[in-house]
Design a protein around this ligand. Structure first.
Ligand code: ATP
Length: 243
């Protein structure tokens, strides 16, 4: 697909192109393409920008991730192709592991994703994992003993509600990045950032670098002042005002 250089919607065209390329490589599945379409629709309604409630959620998420003893970033096919390099920068800012978890798990796809991250100079967890989370019967229950299994806080992006719920049931705090404020993931997360992962991940990295200088009680105060349900309602209001 030819991408026009200065087209007002060129950002979403670039994302679509990345997803298409990911599909050709076998990293993204047809279901991932559907998820991309759903995301694009919500991004359009949000004005394809980071709205004020999302900025607030990014600050609270940064505080929660900094307070965690063992945070892990969970990636899938879509997030690898959309914001793989940005995810590496985020993991470096936190000093945490990246773990692959796929809805349609296959060793071939896990390895392809691992290879993408190796190109950015990092190794990832979750290839052929051995531990099983309680409460979910599919292969998605499998997690890495050195990663999500022992984590206390997991960052998920473009995730489905079932897995988010299972992570919570297994005692993990969940930070979610999702464009749909009405999704089950958005509602189940402890802190949900309603934004495109391509914008939210770099902003989260920036916020983490800033908040690193704060002490634990200041970070706790930021989290205490954040209410996820209220924030989601504000996001829905932003959409209503825009249409
Ligand atoms: P749930 O099970 O949480 O209700 P779902 O079944 O609608 O969600 P999935 O297809 O499992 O969703 O996951 C895709 C989610 O990711 C959707 O909510 C979609 O809006 C969101 N999404 C798609 N693209 C992006 C993106 N680039 N950045 C952030 N979120 C995205």
């Amino acid at each position: 697909m030819k991408i026009p250089k200065k087209h007002p919607r060129s950002k979403s065209l670039i994302e679509r192109h990345k997803i298409e390329e990911g599909m050709k490589k076998g990293i993204v599945t047809p279901t991932g393409m559907i998820a991309q379409g759903r995301g694009e629709a919500f991004d359009y309604l949000l004005g394809e920008r980071t709205i004020a409630p999302a900025q607030k959620a990014i600050k609270a998420a940064a505080a929660l991730l900094l307070l965690a003893k063992f945070p892990v970033i969970s990636v899938n096919g879509n997030t690898t192709v959309l914001c793989g390099n940005e995810t590496v920068a985020l993991a470096k800012s936190l000093g945490c592991e990246i773990e692959v978890n796929l809805f349609y798990r296959s060793q071939k796809r896990e390895k392809l994703i691992e290879k993408e991250f190796q190109r950015s100079g990092v190794g990832i967890l979750g290839v052929n994992p051995k531990k099983k989370l309680k409460g979910i019967s599919s292969k998605r229950a499998m997690v890495d003993a050195k990663g999500i299994w022992k984590s206390d806080c997991v960052l998920v992006m473009l995730e489905d509600g079932d897995r988010t719920e299972v992570l919570r049931k297994n005692g993990k705090k969940v930070v979610a990045i999702d464009l749909n404020p009405l999704s089950r993931t958005a509602k189940k997360g402890n802190i949900t950032i309603i934004d495109n992962c391509t914008r939210a991940v770099p902003l989260l990295t920036k916020e983490i670098r800033k908040l690193k200088k704060k002490n634990d009680s200041e970070l706790r105060r930021i989290i205490k002042g954040f209410n996820n349900n209220k924030n989601l309602r504000q996001c829905v209001n932003c959409i209503k005002k825009g249409v």
